[in-house]
Design a binder for this molecule. Structure first.
Ligand SMILES: Nc1ncnc2c1ncn2[C@@H]1O[C@H](COP(=O)(O)OP(=O)(O)OP(=O)(O)O)[C@@H](O)[C@H]1O
Ligand SMILES: [Mg+2]
Length: 462
């Protein structure tokens, strides 16, 4: 006959066993509810509430959980996973979060919300749950001077998912953060004369360049230019981006050069901005006349980022470089800016530092350029930006006035555009003078007639 004590102990065990079964059943029920009943946006919140009460308790009790600590720093450098988690978790903040941090620099267009100390975020991956917690501790003693605060994330999940978390989930967070960053990225315009420092979020090493956001709204569809040339440029850029491995295989630096030539006001600078917006590449405006030596040029190459467009406008006017045949007598290379220095910059050894670089030269007078710059293979594509065509006019009219046709004025205007040398800039300026369609188009017509007379007279006079 069991003693009273033994009977009580058995009863207690049975009671606890049933409690665990009930807790497990409840937890499964709540998980099912969170996954299948609640709408997508409420799932994370509901699940986090139930997990907090039941799941966590249950998992902790059976020692099923493990935590990975993601420190802000990796040695003296930043920890990529921490930075990625910070960006990724912004998209996962629970609707029920009680405290958040809001940030925006002068150059950013959006407000960024992020987690504050001890705030937790629940995420789901491949059907299992991960709990992220942001931890901030104030360091003490000697270390406090060097690093007053220590920041890290803790990500907690069931131990059985460790492999998936390390091999799949964390790489997924890195990739997602990269994608978010690319989408948020504002294209920047760098120049050496600019007094600003950029917002340099990830310590991107802008060297002695200052920058502002390139808020140029132009895109390819707004550019009035030969549609075949436009298509060819877009295809060329796409091919360039796709071919990282190809460039490596054939032993060439991953870079591309374009020469844009044509009269003033035909859209050379606009095309550069459209390319930058399309690729989301930063633009480095290299004012050649402000450079004094080849070593200046080299220094510049070393301190601009990958995924960048390096622009040299008005190449024939910006610098008087002596012929290459006469270079090298007397002055040592590096003391002054020379044509060979510039050519080295484009396709010599120095050009190979960095990846995904695009070089663009512009000129109003291609015929005045040194033949060395035009030699085949030096600039991959020579793009002529010419006077406005009837198709170009259609694009400008749609862009500035929002119209596709005007039965009375379009035929006459297009007929004259075919005959007269007029730049897209001149037409755009006329179209902007009046917001009403008829007077704006009449203004363009007047200008075309006047130009026709002038051009007829100057031809007659020759
Ligand atoms: N092809 C074009 N399509 C649409 N707009 C254009 C085009 N060309 C010029 N424009 C308009 O004219 C303005 C001046 O053009 P842009 O500065 O691009 O010309 P450019 O060829 O670079 O001239 P420059 O040789 O003087 O530097 C642009 O801001 C744009 O509004
Ligand atoms: Mg220009």
């Amino acid at each position: 006959m069991p003693s009273l004590g033994e009977m009580l102990s058995v009863a207690t065990n049975i009671f606890w066993a049933y409690s665990w079964v009930a807790a497990a059943a409840l937890m499964m029920l709540f998980r099912w509810m969170a996954n299948d009943i609640f709408p997508e946006h409420a799932k994370a919140f509901v699940s986090s509430v139930f997990s907090r009460f039941f799941g966590h308790f249950f998992n902790r009790l059976f020692d099923k959980l493990m935590t990975i600590v993601v420190d802000e720093k990796y040695g003296i450098t930043r920890n990529q996973i921490y930075d990625a988690a910070e960006i990724y978790l912004r998209t996962k903040i629970n609707p029920g979060a009680k405290r958040l941090k809001a940030e925006k620099s002068t150059k950013q267009s959006n407000i960024k919300l992020s987690m504050v100390k001890d705030e937790a975020v629940v995420d789901f991956y491949e059907g299992f749950e991960l709990k992220w917690q942001f931890v901030l501790v104030h360091t003490e003693g000697d270390r406090a001077r060097l690093q007053p605060e220590k920041r890290y994330f803790e990500v907690t999940f069931e131990k059985i998912n460790k492999e998936t978390v390390v091999k799949e989930y964390l790489p997924f967070v890195l990739a997602k953060a990269k994608e978010i960053k690319e989408n948020e990225k504002a294209v920047k315009l760098y120049t050496r004369d600019c007094p600003y420092d950029d917002d340099d979020e990830g310590g991107n090493g802008s060297g002695d360049w200052g920058c502002i956001n390139l808020d140029h709204p132009v895109t390819f569809d707004k550019l009035a230019m030969d549609p075949n040339v436009k298509r060819a440029i877009i295809e060329d850029l796409d091919r360039f981006l796709r071919r990282k491995d190809y460039y490596k295989k054939v032993g060439k630096a991953w870079k591309r050069g374009y020469l844009l030539y044509g009269p003033p006001g035909t859209g050379k600078s606009s095309l550069i901005a459209a390319m930058a917006n399309y690729l989301k590449f930063d633009v480095y405006d290299l004012e050649l006349s402000s450079l004094h030596s080849n070593s200046d040029l080299r220094r510049i190459l070393l301190c601009n980022n990958n995924k960048s467009i390096i622009v040299m406008e008005d190449i024939n006017c910006s610098v008087q470089m002596q012929d290459r045949d006469r270079e090298g007598d007397g002055d040592s290379d590096g003391d002054k800016l020379t044509l060979s220095g510039l050519l080295n910059f484009i396709d010599g050894l120095w050009s190979t530092c960095g990846d995904e670089r695009i070089f663009i030269f512009t000129t109003n007078h291609k015929e005045k350029l040194d033949p060395a710059l035009l030699r085949p293979g030096r600039m991959d594509m020579h793009i002529h930006m010419g006077y406005c065509t009837p198709e170009g006019f259609d694009i400008l009219a749609l862009n500035y006035l929002g119209i596709n046709d005007h039965p009375r004025l379009f035929p006459e205007i297009k007929g004259l555009v075919r005959e007269v040398e007029i730049t897209p800039a001149e037409i755009a300026e006329r179209l902007m003078r009046n917001e009403n369609v008829d007077p704006a188009l009449e203004g363009v017509l007047d200008l075309l007639k006047r130009k026709k007379d002038e051009q007829g007279q100057s031809l007659g006079g020759e």
